[in-house]
Design a protein around this ligand. Structure first.
Ligand SMILES: [Zn+2]
Length: 1055
């Protein structure tokens, strides 16, 4: 029984124009109320999320409260929140898609105690708008009416509090209905949450910023920027080609001057433009902020400018000496913003002196974002005074009026002290939008237990459903020593028909993580495990990642397996089987031991615990069996690898990133030793499994499978690589992945292995990023993985630390059900949903890589900080020039894995000069840049030339910055390689391990804390409490860095 009504919506468009929309509207006798107090849950059809019973009242925010205070309503402490449909629609229409999506996600989030009540579809709640009644008044009246209905629906058993900003409504409805209270939001927080300090601070902050905005809009002041064009004009203009749509990307090294619009959508296909568009200066940027989607207009050709090729100094952006712009390029100005991409920003308040210089009576204060690309933000002085100046603080931007030079924002929370390790790590997390709140009790109590008193067991139902490999298959894992979270195991055996059977068995994470459960939602939000230089944040709680999902030796575990039947001699795939299994891994081997066995060195079994306590005879038999299996696996892997090589698989990962483990099992990053073959065996088996699973899920779900693509690189990105190689007499052929791989192999200078490494690193940086995508939104020829030379690829083998693999497991299991004509229980994502999820996961992976890089740089700076660069041995090192710029060179320091800029001209305009003893000094003179070298000539007539790949001696120091991260500074102190006392070249010097650097810095931080009588234990406790594990598995790190090779996270040094 539905009643039809007409609902008139008046929508305000982007530029204040009003649109009238009439919608048919059907009323029902009941809609889901989502309350556990509901007297007729069946009629209400209350499936899905319910409000908790554990509250003293329900709270119903008015539309304006939802619009303005959503970030407070997001606090997990606030429970029993009912969002009325009327309020949600007000957000959608007035605040835009981003804010509306935030609200929708909050409602979907099982961890947050809030529900949506569709009051406008409920026949007793719906109120038509009266003649002459304003939209705002009607919305408030509707929400109040629905609040009263809801109170009675729950049989008057739960008080309802409506919170509103409308004073009249408080007067009018405040005492109208017993049990339904109407109060202001501020009053609500004061009365019910007096101790929730963060919410109060945020509330004051928002109130104040709103008040000021209102005051300001009343003052009429001069315009600093042109008005943005209305949305409909922008959209029409983009369609006609008059405007260009793209993402604004600010050049970090000259943030005031240079930004680029990276073409997007229709603009990238239809226009003749091939390059980005330069946006020169703040005026032309017209209030758009890094990351915003903007519409830009091209300027006439005679106004085009070139990008800068000089090294920029971050703190002195626009005055870099020797600046020489390149060829003019398409240049434009921003005419409107299509989508704002504002996030939380970490800022630093000005020092006391700076505050005073801004004038005592200033209403606002300018705070400086940590990210150079973000403009300064205006915050009210009242808030600034309350804060100490030496903290890192989170702010949000509220608005940027055309009358204001800077955007307005409000204070959100304090992160920690400047230069304090924990404060700086927190900064890196916020800047990458990484939220790693501890797993909550609600999340943890849904987890299975495994304790000595209550051990976890294989269930009889699972035993029936799964293929049991425990007695039939020799399953084992090969990982770094000490690895806790084993996602993958292997098996190989000869079948009765003489064929071979190869098996890859992966942890069955989705058995424990149901779709949309608490843990699933949390894992999806995190999307990946985050590895910082000194710690990691797990995607899954440790009960899963290090215990029940981990395929440890000697215990029963659930797995998802791929098993191939192979021809015994040609290794051709005859059959493949996918399915759920039960396994018991016999050996948890470490790489070195497996390699020794492969090499026939059997004394290593003394180090393998599984061989202890065996009599000689069975020991011998078991050893033979295992050695055969490892040997067979390696042979199969060689064969599969050779097949990929013929198709042009790149060895890039090989030398650049296949990280090495040393005797202490530490990682040498960037150290080009020959890897153990057994690494490659394991990796190849995983690539094979990923490839076959990709094919399977794509065949079963051609429009909604999650795959991973690696697009071929743009040829123009290779020009630097080709030029550099030429300087050393090598020729790099970049026409295909195969020719690239082959020519890189040949570009090897036997006297200096660094040359090949640098060339490979340049090749890696020219690559596009490997990305997840949904097969429904991409043509099949674009599926290819260029780096691995495979037509289809996905991630299946690490579900413990990657959410993509969890999605892929569900797809694979659904595909198996489909084959068996069984009901598909997994709720699969539609193409559109999957596309959105892929975007999220890709974004989180970038964040993971950036945070890893930034935390490594933080530790590097801490390592060199407070050292006297004049006297300390660690501050002098050998470096290799790998790029020439107009005013300096880029240098790679192999010993520390640091890349940085060294200037040949200083701020006073003096140039570098090296005398007969090759020591450098600053002299008046000039620089001249050539293709592969740069010459510095003094006015006296001495000159020195630096060539690409020259070894020089550099001094490393730290350039401190209060508002931004510290940076490493390099200074060439001699044009000769660094000689250590025994006159060996220093690139043969022992290399400093990254882990040792981290260890040393951590130790000194802890000592400093001890000195201040701060308990060091708190750090340990925090890890316990947050259910995060400290330290990391080397294999995972290895995998992580391998993937990094396909991602450009290099510093671009201004170009
Ligand atoms: Zn109900």
């Amino acid at each position: 029984m539905l009643q039809k009504r007409e609902k008139v919506l008046l929508l305000r468009t982007f530029h204040g124009r009003t649109l009238r929309i009439v919608r048919e509207h059907y009323l029902r006798p009941s809609v889901p109320c989502h309350s556990p107090l509901c007297p007729q849950p069946a009629a209400c059809r209350n499936d899905g999320k319910l409000l908790t019973s554990d509250v003293t009242h329900y709270v119903i925010p008015d539309w304006k409260v939802v619009q303005d205070y959503l970030e407070i309503l997001e606090f997990p402490e606030l429970k029993g929140i009912i969002f009325m449909q009327t309020a949600c629609q007000a957000v959608q229409h007035q605040r835009g898609r981003r804010q509306y999506n935030k609200l929708r996600n909050l409602l979907k989030d099982a961890r947050h105690d809030s529900i949506l009540f569709a009051n406008e579809f409920q026949q007793h709640c719906y109120l038509p708008r009266e003649r002459g009644e304003s939209m705002e008044k009607w919305q408030t009246r509707s929400i109040y009416n629905a609040a009263v209905w809801y109170y009675h629906h729950c049989q008057d058993r739960m008080p309802v509090i409506m919170v509103t900003e409308d004073e009249e409504a408080i007067q009018q409805y405040g005492s109208e209905t017993e049990g339904v209270f109407v109060i202001s939001f501020k009053n609500y927080l004061d009365s019910f949450w007096p101790d929730l300090k963060a919410a109060h601070e945020l509330c004051d902050s928002i109130l104040q910023s709103r008040r000021e905005r209102e005051n300001e809009s009343q003052e009429s002041r001069g315009k600093e920027y042109p008005e943005h064009l209305p949305l409909e004009v922008l959209e029409a203009g983009i369609k006609s080609g008059r405007y260009i749509q793209g993402i604004l990307n600010v050049n970090k090294h000259r943030a005031q001057m240079e930004a680029f619009v990276r073409l997007q959508g229709a603009s990238s296909k239809d226009s003749d433009l091939v390059s980005d568009i330069l946006i020169h200066g703040m005026k032309a940027r017209n209030r758009s902020i890094h990351g915003d989607v903007v519409a830009a207009e091209l300027l006439p050709k005679d106004e085009w400018k070139g990008r800068t090729t000089a090294l920029g100094e971050s703190d002195n952006e626009d005055k870099a000496s020797g600046e020489s712009p390149s060829e003019p390029m398409p240049t434009g100005r921003v005419v409107g913003i299509l989508q704002k991409n504002w996030r939380d920003y970490v800022v630093t308040f000005p020092s006391k002196e700076e505050v005073q210089s801004q004038g005592k009576n200033a209403q606002k204060i300018l705070v400086t974002p940590w990210d150079y690309r973000i403009p300064k933000i205006r915050i009210s002085t009242q808030q600034a005074e309350a804060l100490q100046v030496d903290f890192r603080v989170v702010v949000r931007i509220d608005s940027w009026e055309s009358t204001s030079v800077y955007p307005n924002g409000h204070f959100v929370r304090v992160l920690g002290k400047i230069r304090d390790l924990e404060g700086e790590i927190a900064t890196i997390l916020v800047e990458n939008s990484i939220s790693v709140v501890p797993f909550s009790e609600a999340q943890m109590c849904k987890m299975p237990v495994n304790t000595p008193e209550n051990p976890w067991k294989v269930s009889p139902e699972e035993e029936r459903e799964r293929k049991d490999l425990r007695k039939t298959h020799l399953v084992f894992s090969i990982d770094p020593k000490g690895c806790e979270d084993v996602d993958d195991t292997l098996s190989v055996r000869t079948l009765n028909n003489g064929n071979l059977e190869l098996g890859v068995h992966i942890a069955d994470v989705t058995h424990f993580v149901a779709p949309n459960s608490y843990i699933d939602t949390e894992a999806r939000t995190r999307a990946t495990t985050y590895y910082l230089a000194d710690r990691r944040y797990d995607m899954l709680p440790s009960i899963l990642s290090a215990d029940l999902c981990s395929l440890l030796g000697g215990v029963d575990r659930y797995a998802v397996s791929v098993m191939w039947e192979l021809d015994a001699t040609s290794y051709e795939v005859k059959k493949v089987w996918y399915g759920r299994t039960i396994i018991r891994s016999t050996y948890k081997l470490f790489y070195e031991a497996a390699q020794e066995l492969l090499d026939g060195n059997f004394s290593v079994i003394e180090d393998i615990p599984e061989f202890k306590d065996l009599d000689e005879k069975s020991r011998q038999a078991k050893l033979e069996e295992l050695v055969w299996a490892i040997g067979k696996l390696t042979d199969i892997a060689r064969h599969v690898r050779a097949k990929r090589d013929r198709c042009g698989a790149l060895e890039l990962e090989g030398v650049e990133v296949r990280v090495q483990l040393d005797e202490q099992k530490n990682i040498h990053d960037l150290i080009p030793k020959e890897p153990l073959e057994v690494h490659e065996t394991v990796a190849e088996c995983m690539i094979l499994a990923n490839h076959w699973v990709a094919k399977k899920i794509w065949e079963s779900f051609p429009h909604q499978a999650l795959l991973r693509q690696h697009p071929p690189p743009h040829q123009e990105f290779f020009s630097e690589l080709r030029e550099c190689a030429k300087a050393k007499g090598f020729s790099i052929d970049t026409r295909s992945n195969k020719t690239l791989a082959e020519s890189l192999d040949k570009a090897n200078d036997p006297s200096d292995p660094i040359v090949n490494r640098l060339l490979r690193s340049m090749a890696t940086q020219a690559m596009s990023n490997a990305l997840y995508f949904s097969t429904g939104s991409c043509a099949e020829e674009e599926f290819r993985h260029y780096g691995l030379a495979l037509d289809k690829y996905t991630h299946f083998t690490s579900p413990i630390r990657r959410y993509s693999d969890i999605v892929v497991h569900r797809l694979l299991l659904a595909a198996i059900s489909k084959d068996k004509k069984m009901e598909i229980k997994e709720n699969l994502f539609s193409n559109k949903e999957l596309e959105e999820l892929c975007r999220h996961i890709n974004n989180r992976n970038r964040a993971a890589q950036h945070s890893q890089k930034q935390s490594t740089e933080l530790f590097q700076c801490m390592y060199f900080k407070d050292r006297d660069p004049e006297t300390e041995e660690r501050c002098i090192s050998d470096g290799v020039i790998y790029s020439i710029r107009t005013n300096g060179v880029l240098v790679f320091i192999p010993r520390f894995g640091i890349k940085g800029a060294a200037y040949l001209k200083n701020k006073d305009g003096l140039v570098i000069s090296c005398g007969p003893d090759s020591r450098s000094e600053w002299q008046p003179g000039s620089l001249q840049r050539f293709q592969n070298k740069i010459t510095s000539t003094t006015t006296r007539g001495d000159s020195v030339t630096f060539h690409l790949f020259d070894h020089v001696t550099v001094r490393i120091s730290v350039q401190a910055s209060r508002c931004h991260s510290d940076t490493i500074r390099l200074e060439i102190i001699s044009n000769k390689p660094y000689m250590i006392p025994n006159t060996e070249l220093s690139h043969q010097n022992p290399l400093l391990l990254k882990s040792e650097l981290v260890k040393e810095v951590t130790k000194s931080v802890e000592e400093a804390q001890l000195a201040q009588e701060v308990k060091v234990e708190t750090i340990q406790e925090e890890y316990q409490e947050y259910c995060q594990t400290k330290g990391r598995s080397l294999y995972l790190l290895l995998e992580e860095i391998k993937d990094l090779a396909l991602l450009d996270v290099s510093n671009d040094y201004g170009v």
